[in-house]
Design a protein around this ligand. Sequence first.
Ligand code: C2O
Ligand code: CU
Ligand code: CU
Length: 519
Amino acid sequence: MINRRQFLKATGAGASALVAGGITSLVEAAGTGAATKSAENFNPDLDIALKATPAEIPILPGNPTNVWSYRAQLVKGDPASLVHLERSYLGPIIRARTGQKVRIRFTNDVADETIVHWHGLHVPADMDGHPRFVIPKGKSYIYQFEVRNRAGTYWYHPHPHGITGPQVYGGLAGLFLVSDAEEQAAGLPSGSYDIPLVIQDRAFDHSNQLIYLSGHRMEQMTGFLGDWIMVNGQPGFSLPVATRVYRLRFLNGSNSRIYKLAWQDGHPLTIIGTDGGLLEKPVQRRYVMLGPGERLELWADFSQYPVGSESTLVSLPFDAGAMGGGRVRGRMMGSGAELPNGAGFSILRVKVNRQEKETLALPQRLSTIDRYRLADAVNREYPRRFHLVMRHMAWTINGRTFRMREVAGDEKVRLNTLEVWEFINEGNGMGMMGGMNMPHPMHLHGMQFQVLERRGVRHDGYVDEGWKDTVLLMPGERIRLLVCFGDYPGLFLYHCHNLEHEDMGMMRNYLIENTTASV
Ligand code: C2O
Ligand code: CU
Ligand code: CU
């Protein structure tokens, strides 16, 4: 069942590619032994067969579009745990409850090697979809983990090194929604009033096939930008609603596009949740910046809208920095030329098409969040600093790029400790391009964290009140996070979630060491 030989072979192959040189290299089996042991008495509540496979989907009028798509079948569990989206390249929505044991038998049926990562979920290192676990076409990887996250909007996508961008772009992504008792007690719209909305951008050629980057270095430095805004895999998305309240869950599933979300009519957004689930209480913003990988949940009340009226969710124009702003348009070859990062456009239209009596009122209390305290951080005097800088025409973290098993001395943390991490997007225009400033959405694997503070921010578009796993840094901004490395030792990733930046190596390992166990 578990293809253990394949598994070990893949691990071994990775080890042979090990690179040393001034920085400590890691030789380990990343807890594979432990996972295999516990696999024997793992009795899943939810058992899913998932595959990545080529597919043809009708997207635009005319020819269908060739995509890669996740498809799934329920082996065991509640049939409501798998929600298939009609006519979409997106994978099915997986729904689980906190505390459930989940097995996912993943099979790779596409030409590239790949592996699945559960973005935002707190799982053991060998269940996290690190690129060293990639499998070739025809092989399988068995995931088994307990859902330890609180209720929230998580997602899954590929994570092979260097080709995550094209694979996600090709259609490989899906939502993983977790529910729990606290959420159910909160009094939020549910069932068909709870609507997941995945925002992405795409570019198509004249025969309706997806266009990715042409291979220009400049394009990769910026990241892919398409001129079609898709919601749940569909262009020109419109949402029919009744005169009542909805819970709208947004994922920015784009490779590099940032959205400055707002209601076109100027109503403020009522935000109830972020990456790691519900906020303590609703907050209002005129707009919210949503970087790749981030999620945002809205309370959207259409009860005062007349039947027949429309409401549009837009992305407002903003300054995305020297490169992201499209000032290199001439060179962009079909990517971003039409719609640079920071351009304004509409994302979806809400059409009020029927009367329904509203019974829900906006809860004043949504959930409980225990705040971390800086005083409890083991490195409170010396935050770990990560500078997001360009070196030799590559985006780096502290001047380093990704190597499969490499962990530097300052990338090792101790199990069950609370730390302060600081990301710094200098935005000082360094580099030969003269002004290469870009936003970077920074993401940590395995953990949800809390935002301690931001500096250099000249807008009010962030929602840092709740649990986060991805945070956007515009040029000139810096952020301090509090993160607790609980439960699972091993090798995890942190990286820029601009997928082209990630692919070019703006990603590093960090190692959670179980120092007491090794004594
Ligand atoms: Cu969605 Cu490594 O991330
Ligand atoms: Cu992730
Ligand atoms: Cu980046």
